[in-house]
Ligand binder design. Structure first.
Ligand SMILES: Cc1cc2nc3c(=O)[nH]c(=O)nc-3n(C[C@H](O)[C@H](O)[C@H](O)COP(=O)(O)OP(=O)(O)OC[C@H]3O[C@@H](n4cnc5c(N)ncnc54)[C@H](O)[C@@H]3O)c2cc1C
Length: 613
């Protein structure tokens, strides 16, 4: 079977990417097989394998010649039949990823882009023997777990369990970073609209790999949280604002820690010309002298970045002996409405740790799984998944853009954050690392050779949609999956944002513009197509799966807060309804999405809730 799949891979790959030599093709193929073995949604892989198997037989050439494969895939991507569109989308996204990532650390495209190569580094596992009992077990050491553990440690004997590693202090390459510091190797997509899910995994969770954009929760959002939970000035209150202040001060959040990187200067100019305002992004870093090289998102944990690991677990604040890394929490033992034990796996062995209190902070994708595996039931658990779905636009300029280098994100525009009924979008810069680019702009090969040699002249930007759409868990213990569909309201906001970015790129002088659709929409100044007619086509992109390519780095809302157990999973103190001693302090508590990048909001929520425990 694998030999046949390999044969099909090579045939299709060569037709899509004619520039690669044999060893580069093998390099990409190796990664392709890695995806086939590790992609969490096994049924999708079975279908793909079956198709590749059939495609490998010679009889196929009677219907599709090798020369026509690229055209055929393009047609599949544009098809009105959803299954065919999905096939075209899956092949191009997978192949795009396989050109950028590699198990050796050097993606096949790297040398064409002059992209820096960092060797696969090492992970040193730390061995702390698992305790027999704890007063408080915090599960997850990220944005929601870090500050909670820090605060509770002042009152209780706290132990933190995290299934990931400590940051390794190295500059890691993309693949090594995604494989060691991200959930599911950062290859998982939802069912439905196939949104790619990026979430941190390791000590510090998302805060050890994220892009350091540090925005306070807007008052409008806090007021809506109040309305949704039938409160008056509970979230939009002095108390919550004090939590925000506390977090921002401790993380040194400030816009003076940022400056507009080369890759976003054109975006800033274009937005201004399009009469869209923009602001410098405040960051949670030490200062702006040490703007990282763009690689902190691969688990580097740059010493200048105030991650949870650095801020809340520093040696003077938390005893590292009580941080249990590489320790996977499978479930809680619950008896008479109380969690009695946390059941963990460490180095292939199972342990049961007796506990008095449990703080769940494993992130929106994992907190519901632990509760479901523990037999806890609430109809809102694993529902209302918000993703801040993101899509992108890239522009090619005559000046060098250094598209991945410098501060991860320099500017944002919130002009349309509350465009309709308190929902809208943010526009932000994008660090255009190859793995973030090639799967989202897969059809850049009308002359692929020209395209890759001009990569450093491209600059990327994103629309981050505040979503009213909701995803939900597909509960298939032990392998839980997620599904997510985008509604028309959100689609319309997303398209509005994309249009705004296309205009900004055009006004800033872009020679070419690409939009992250399937197939990639591509405008060239030298062509006869005027920009208005291109924008007209963008506006007409239908709200159907596999038309706009979507990613998510912000998952929220899967155990939402509400005083009434029939409306939410945790009460206003973050305590799980019906359980005496289990609390949730992470992004899953959000009553609606935060609208802005959520790290600061999550930490403030955690501070707000944990202060009462
Ligand atoms: C690439 C990327 C860039 C981002 N950039 C920004 C940004 O610039 N600004 C911003 O505001 N937000 C950003 N975010 C989002 C932000 O980092 C997350 O929303 C935030 O970290 C989520 O906090 P959390 O506490 O809910 O979960 P996390 O921070 O993800 O922490 C969850 C932790 O739980 C652990 N865990 C999970 N399951 C288990 C288990 N069963 N047993 C033990 N441990 C477990 C995980 O290993 C992880 O460490 C970014 C996210 C990504 C992925």
């Amino acid at each position: 079977m694998n030999r046949r799949i390999s044969k099909s891979f090579k045939t299709i790959f060569k037709s899509l990417y004619p520039n690669f030599n044999e060893s580069e093709i093998e390099n990409s193929e190796e990664y392709f097989f890695f995806i086939l073995s590790n992609y969490p949604d096994k049924s999708e892989i079975i279908q793909l394998k079956a198709l590749f198997f059939i495609f490998s037989f010679k009889v196929r050439t009677l219907i599709i010649s090798d020369q026509n494969i690229s055209n055929l895939i393009n047609k599949l991507q544009s098809s009105n039949v959803e299954t065919l569109r999905k096939l075209g989308f899956s092949i191009t996204a997978l192949f795009g990823l396989s050109t950028a990532r590699s198990l050796s650390g050097e993606g096949s495209v790297y040398k064409y882009l002059d992209y820096p190569v960092y060797k696969n580094s090492k992970i040193k596992k730390r061995e702390n023997s698992i305790p027999k009992n704890l007063e408080v077990a915090v599960i997850g050491s990220g944005a929601g777990g870090g500050i909670a553990a820090n605060l509770l440690n002042q009152k209780y004997e706290v132990g933190i369990f995290d299934k990931g590693h400590f940051p390794n202090g190295e500059t890691n390459n993309e693949t090594f970073g995604y494989h060691n510091f991200y959930e599911t190797n950062a290859i998982q997509q939802t069912r439905g609209y196939k949104v790619q899910l990026l979430a941190g995994m390791g000590i510090g969770g998302g805060t050890s790999i994220n892009w350091t954009t540090s925005l306070r929760t807007p008052d409008n959002i806090l007021s809506e949280w109040d309305a949704l939970t039938q409160q008056n000035n509970h979230f939009n209150s002095d108390s919550f604002n004090k939590s925000l202040d506390y977090i921002c001060q401790n993380l040194n959040v400030d816009e003076t820690n940022n400056k507009i990187p080369q890759k976003e200067i054109k975006l800033a100019q274009g937005l201004e010309l399009n009469k869209t305002s923009y602001k410098i992004i405040p960051r949670n870093t030490k200062n702006n002298d040490c703007l990282e090289s763009g690689f902190s998102t691969f688990g580097h944990s740059d010493d200048t970045i105030n991650s949870s690991y650095k801020s809340w677990f520093s040696k003077d604040k938390f005893n590292e002996e009580n941080i249990y890394s590489n320790t996977h929490v499978r479930s809680l033992s619950i008896s008479n409405g109380k969690a009695t034990h946390v059941n963990v796996e460490h180095n292939g062995q199972s342990y049961s740790v007796a506990v008095e209190k449990v703080i769940l902070a494993s992130g929106s994708l994992n907190t519901p799984k632990i509760l479901l595996n523990s037999g806890y039931k609430n109809k809102h658990l694993g529902q209302h998944l918000k993703l801040h779905p993101v899509s992108g636009v890239a522009g090619k300029f005559s000046e060098l853009q250094n598209p991945w280098a410098g501060s991860m994100q320099g500017i944002y525009s919130d002009d349309h954050l509350f465009r309709k009924d308190n929902y809208g979008y943010l526009l932000e810069g994008l660090p255009m690392h190859p793995s973030l680019f090639f799967p989202f702009f897969p059809n850049n090969q009308d002359n692929f050779g020209d395209f890759i040699s001009s990569y450093n002249y491209w600059s990327g930007s994103i629309v981050l949609t505040s979503d009213t759409s909701s995803g939900s868990i597909i509960n298939k213990n032990p392998q839980h999956l997620w599904k997510y569909n985008l509604n028309n309201f959100d689609h319309e906001n997303l398209l509005h944002g994309i249009e705004s970015l296309v205009k900004a790129n055009f006004l800033a002088g872009a020679e070419e513009i690409m939009v992250a659709t399937s197939p990639t929409m591509h405008w060239k100044r030298e062509s006869n197509e005027d920009i208005e007619s291109f924008i007209g086509k963008v506006r007409k992109v239908r709200n159907e799966p596999f038309r706009i390519l979507l990613g998510s780095a912000h998952q929220m809302g899967t155990a939402r807060i509400h005083p009434n157990p029939s409306e939410g999973v945790v009460d206003l103190n973050g305590k799980v309804h019906g359980l005496e001693n289990v609390y949730i302090t992470d992004s899953s508590t959000f009553p609606r999405c935060s609208g802005v990048n959520p790290m600061i909001t999550i930490q403030a929520m955690s501070h707000f809730l944990a202060s009462k425990i």
